[in-house]
Write a protein that binds this ligand. Structure first.
Ligand code: NDP
Length: 327
């Protein structure tokens, strides 16, 4: 079976030569271990951080070792009683065709009636990020105005829909007219195509009364736009800053001082800190799903060979909804 390794630490935008597809010997199973044939691999923006050799909330990928990430597959050999052959599972040994790992590091798929790959997107980690970021971190409430960037992505498109389900007014931003149209179709009240002009001006026009909540996936000018538009006691959930993941350029915010007069709360978060409440996520999302209120899209690359291309596509807006690789 094949696996993608990191051959070199990228500087700037990763290149194909930074990755290498290697053949790995099939390891024998230890007690309580399972062998999983991966069917779906997730590629996510946070993986770019793991390619740098810096101390962070997750350790860097080791050079020459298979990379890791969310994956869904099927148990094909088992030495664990509660994970018989044929069980559909999710785990964190992605970027490879076959995973061998202890049963304790493998989760059965939740009993929600969606295609299995949805558990890597809206019904999985990105969906949880949207749910906890909007409702817990930003404390967004019915009747409030929410601005969300990268609104056509996995997290952002879910933020839009949860906010609408909870009775909020939503302004999304996305790159390009087609994506803006799709975000509108999800229920957003207004959508900014940030590639068509100045996002600061566009948000000021879209929210003449200001915003109560900003869900930040992007950083940069989007964050500045949100600062300028913030109403008294606005809350910012800082989820991601994909605008700087490749170059780490210093942020220059023109409107940061707005924090003082408007008493803005700016709070960073990691989805992993909220897993104690995961039952609430499945209950609400499962209900909205059953009521037909959730829509989702996936952009799917075919075959293990395409994994780096899928990953790189995150930084050029190649995905609408969740970016996935199908094996
Ligand atoms: P997405 O599905 O949103 O994919 C990334 C999208 O970002 C692209 O499709 C692109 O859309 C947009 N983008 C890329 N570069 C830029 C740029 N320079 N300026 C503006 N937009 C850009 O990814 P996810 O939903 O998986 O992740 C969204 C964000 O959430 C990321 O920042 C990620 O790191 C963060 N995150 C944080 C977590 C946490 O625990 N804090 C957990 C999960 C995700 P477009 O075409 O519109 O530009």
């Amino acid at each position: 079976p094949r696996a993608w390794t990191l051959r070199a630490r990228p500087s700037g935008m990763p290149q194909h030569s930074d990755f290498e597809l290697i053949e790995q010997p099939s390891a024998p199973l230890g007690e309580n271990e399972v062998r999983i044939a991966n069917r779906w691999l997730s590629v996510d923006p946070y993986m770019r951080g793991r390619m740098n050799d810096v101390k962070s909330y997750v350790p860097p990928f080791a050079l020459g070792e298979p990379m890791q990430g969310g994956a869904i597959g099927e148990v094909v050999e088992s030495r664990a009683a509660d994970l018989p052959v044929g069980t559909k599972v999710q785990h964190m040994l992605g970027w490879r065709e076959e995973a061998v790992l202890p049963a304790a590091q493998v989760q059965k798929l939740p009993p929600i009636d969606v295609p299995e790959e949805a558990f890597l997107g809206q019904l999985g980690m990105p969906g949880m990020t949207a749910y906890f970021g909007l409702l817990d971190v930003a404390q967004a409430k019915e009747g409030e105005v929410v601005f969300v960037s990268a609104a056509a992505g996995a997290v952002g498109s879910t933020v839009v829909q949860i906010a609408k389900a909870k009775g909020m007014t939503v302004i999304g931003s996305a790159g390009g007219a087609a994506k803006a149209e799709w975000v509108k179709s999800l229920g957003a009240d207004k959508v900014i195509d940030y590639k068509a002009g100045n996002v600061v001006q566009a948000l000021a026009d879209a929210a003449p009364e200001g915003i109560d909540v900003y869900f930040d996936n992007v950083g940069g000018d989007h964050l500045d736009a949100a600062l300028l538009a913030a109403r008294l006691h606005a809350r910012f959930a800082i989820c991601g800053m994909i605008d700087i993941y490749n170059d780490g350029k210093p942020q220059s915010l023109k409107y940061l001082a707005k924090v003082i007069g408007a008493r803005i709360t700016i709070k960073g978060f990691l989805v992993g800190d909220h897993l104690a409440q995961v039952a609430d996520f499945y209950a609400d999302m499962g209900r909205w799903q059953a009521e037909g209120r959730l829509r989702r899209e996936e952009t799917v690359f075919d075959g293990i060979e395409a994994t780096p291309d899928a990953f790189l596509g995150l930084f050029t807006g190649g995905n609408t909804g969740k970016m996935l690789v199908k094996l």
